[in-house]
Write a protein that binds this ligand. Structure first.
Ligand code: RP5
Length: 164
């Protein structure tokens, strides 16, 4: 983890979400964005979730990323407790591949929004990139690194498939 004060707070509903969310932290590290990460369940550790979100802004966090599977209310709970932007990452699961988590994360009633990413590790990466886009609005160094990341990604795509 970066030594500077965290600006992104990552919470995940279970230790079992760690593998997917490591994809998120890898991108944050690549972009030099300091973060903190906690296991913080809305239903199993409600007090920890409350403590995390109620102190998030005053601790200097700018964006919260919340990953959860199954009924996946963690991102909504985070969003209810802070005005900071909350990005939800639905974790894949056993019920129809995790569509339950996708729907419960994205279908927030009006008034308390959650920016919902795609599912699993793709969403984990995109959450990091989306957080970078938000932070880049006020941080030219992050903007520079984000643009370089995107250019490298473009450069890595071959124009033609390999010969058979
Ligand atoms: C959610 O339930 C977690 O985010 C996880 O994706 C899912 C299953 O949790 P475990 O039973 O693996 O701890 O709260």
């Amino acid at each position: 983890m970066n030594e500077k004060s965290p600006v992104v707070g990552i919470v995940m509903g279970s230790v079992s979400d760690t593998q997917a969310m490591r994809q998120c932290t890898a991108v944050l590290e690549q972009l030099g964005i300091p973060y903190e990460m906690k296991v913080c369940s809305a239903h199993r550790t409600p007090q920890r979730a409350h403590d995390f979100v109620s102190t998030a802004a005053q601790r200097g966090l700018k964006v919260i990323i919340a990953a959860a599977g199954m009924s996946a209310h963690l991102a909504g709970v985070m969003a209810a407790g802070t005005h900071l932007p909350v990005l939800g990452v639905p974790m894949k699961g056993e019920l129809m591949g995790g569509i339950d988590a996708l729907l419960s994360t994205c279908n927030m009633p009006k008034g308390i929004p959650v920016g919902t990413m795609s599912m699993g590790s793709h969403g984990a990466v995109n959450a990091a990139l989306f957080a970078a886009s938000i932070l880049a609005l006020s941080d030219p160094q992050i903007e520079k690194r984000l643009l370089a990341y995107r250019q490298a990604q473009t450069d890595a795509v071959p124009e033609y498939p390999p010969q058979a």
